[in-house]
Ligand binder design. Structure first.
Ligand SMILES: [Mn+2]
Length: 282
C-alpha cells in the first residue's frame, strides 16, 4: 500500500509549501494529490517545490461542489449548456495539469444539478429510473472526457459522494453501474470512507463489489478528521481492501484546521500503518 495526502487539506494552513512537503515526507507519505485548481497562481511554484523534494504526485483531486469559489460552476449533470461546457473545460484543464505534475488519475464527482432544486436530499432519495436517466444523459460527455484523459495517460475515477452533495451517485453500487456501462480501461472508481460511512450498508461489501474498478481510496474518519480521530472501524476497511488484494494508493483527505496539523497527519498515518502491520503478522 502506498500513502498519499490531498494538498487541498493543507490549503488553509498558513505555512510555506516547502515546509509542508518536507514534513509530509518525514512523516512517511509517499505522494500527494494536487488540488484541481489549474489556474491558481501558486500552481507553478507548487510544482517546482514538489520536484525539488522529489515528492511524487499520484493525481489531481477534482474540486467539485461548493468546496471552492468556482465549484458551483462545475457539474457534469447540469442542464445548463454553459455550465456543462465550463465543466468539460475544467476537467480537461485538470487532466493537462495532472500530466504535467506526473500524476495518473483524477476523480470525477456527480454533484447535484438545477434539475433537483427543491429536492429534499436529507430525507428523500432518487428512484433507480431517475438515476438511470441521468446516466444515459451523462454518458456521451463522460466518454468524451475519458478519451481526452486516455491521450494524456490519466485515468478518470468516479467517486460516489453522499446525499448532502448529490443523490445521483452516492454508493459503490451507483458507481459500479456507471462503470459497467462505460466499460473503458482508463475509467475506474474511487471510494471515500467519509462518504461511505454515511451511505453504505456495509463498507466491506461496498469495497468487494468495486473490486476490478477500484483504483484509489480516500481515507477520512466520520468527522472528516484523520483516521483514528473518529469512530469509523478502519480495521474492517483495511480488511475489506486486503480481501480484494488492493495495493494502490490510500489518499488521506482530512479537514485540517490548525497550524499544528502535523500531529493528526502523523498520528493518522501511523494508526493506519499499525493496523496494516498487525494484519501482515496474522
Ligand atoms: Mn474524497
Amino acid at each position: 500500500m502506498r500513502y498519499a495526502i490531498t494538498l487541498s487539506s493543507l490549503r488553509k494552513i498558513n505555512e510555506p509549501i516547502d515546509k509542508e512537503i518536507e514534513r509530509l515526507l518525514s512523516q512517511g507519505y509517499d505522494a500527494v494529490e494536487m488540488y484541481g485548481d489549474p489556474h491558481e497562481a501558486r500552481v507553478r511554484s507548487i510544482k517546482e517545490t514538489l520536484n525539488s523534494y522529489d515528492m511524487a504526485v499520484c493525481g489531481v483531486t477534482g474540486m467539485w461542489g461548493t468546496i471552492t469559489e468556482n465549484g458551483w460552476k462545475r457539474s457534469l449533470t447540469s442542464t445548463n449548456t454553459d455550465i456543462l461546457k465550463h465543466t468539460c473545460k475544467y476537467v480537461k484543464d485538470c487532466i493537462e495539469m495532472c500530466r504535467e505534475f506526473g500524476g495518473h488519475e483524477m476523480n470525477i464527482c456527480l454533484v447535484s444539478s438545477e434539475e433537483l432544486s427543491g429536492f429534499d436530499s436529507t430525507h428523500d432519495m432518487l428512484m433507480t429510473e431517475q438515476k438511470e436517466r441521468m446516466t444515459r444523459k451523462l454518458m456521451p460527455t463522460l466518454i468524451g472526457l475519458i478519451e481526452v484523459a486516455k491521450d494524456r495517460d490519466v485515468k478518470l475515477l468516479l467517486e460516489p459522494l453522499n446525499r448532502y452533495v448529490s443523490p445521483y451517485c452516492t454508493t459503490a453500487l451507483d458507481a459500479v453501474n456507471i462503470a459497467k456501462q462505460v466499460n473503458l480501461d482508463n475509467f475506474g472508481i474511487l471510494l471515500d470512507t467519509f462518504h461511505m460511512n454515511i451511505e453504505e450498508d456495509s463498507i466491506g461489501i461496498a469495497i468487494s463489489i468495486s473490486a476490478g474498478w477500484l483504483e484509489h481510496m480516500h481515507f477520512a474518519d466520520n468527522n472528516r478528521k484523520m483516521p483514528g480521530f473518529g469512530h469509523i472501524d478502519f480495521r474492517s476497511v483495511l480488511d475489506g481492501l486486503a480481501k480484494i488484494s488492493y495495493n494502490k494508493f490510500i489518499g488521506f483527505e482530512p479537514n485540517l484546521s490548525q497550524i499544528d496539523y502535523e500531529l493528526p497527519t502523523k498520528k493518522g498515518l501511523d494508526f493506519i500503518k499499525s493496523i496494516e502491520g498487525k494484519e501482515s503478522q496474522e
